[in-house]
Design a binder for this molecule. Structure first.
Ligand code: FES
Length: 143
């Protein structure tokens, strides 16, 4: 069996939603201290819905594929659903990742959560801090 699924290869070779949103409503940047990879997610929010999303990932192919798939999964979704996105869902949507690459999908989940938190902070929207347990507190966070 190939190490990477067709979907991983497709999203790595043709990543969706790459780029920057200059007037983003929320930006989340996280990094992994071990591998050094960094992921940045930009969100545009309209009426509580992700109207646009872009990412910049300086990292491995699995991190790029995970960012690409994660942005596809949250586009057009309400923030309540966006916050439900897990790295497991991203991995499943990619038809799996090798065990030593699972942390790449975790970066995508964390970057999205950090971007939503940034949006809430900017808007002065109250939230339960428990919904963002790792943001800003993990060693690898560059946010
Ligand atoms: Fe660290 Fe992929 S090797 S994000």
């Amino acid at each position: 069996m190939a190490l990477y699924s067709e979907k991983v290869m497709d999203h790595f070779r043709n990543p969706r939603n790459v780029g920057v949103i200059e007037d983003a409503d929320g930006v989340g940047e996280v990094g992994n201290a071990v591998c050094g990879d960094i992921m940045k997610i930009y969100l545009k929010i309209e009426d509580g819905i992700v109207s646009d999303v872009k990412f910049e990932t300086f990292g491995c192919g699995s991190a790029i594929a995970s960012s690409s798939m994660a942005t596809e999964l949250i586009k057009g979704k309400p923030l309540s659903e966006v916050l439900q996105l897990t790295n497991k869902a991203v991995t499943e949507a990619l038809d799996g990742l090798p065990a030593h690459k699972i942390h790449c999908s975790v970066l995508a989940e964390e970057a999205i959560r950090a971007a939503v938190k940034d949006y809430y902070d900017r808007q002065g929207i109250a939230y339960d801090p428990k919904a963002f347990p790792d943001c800003g507190s993990c060693e690898g966070c560059h946010g």
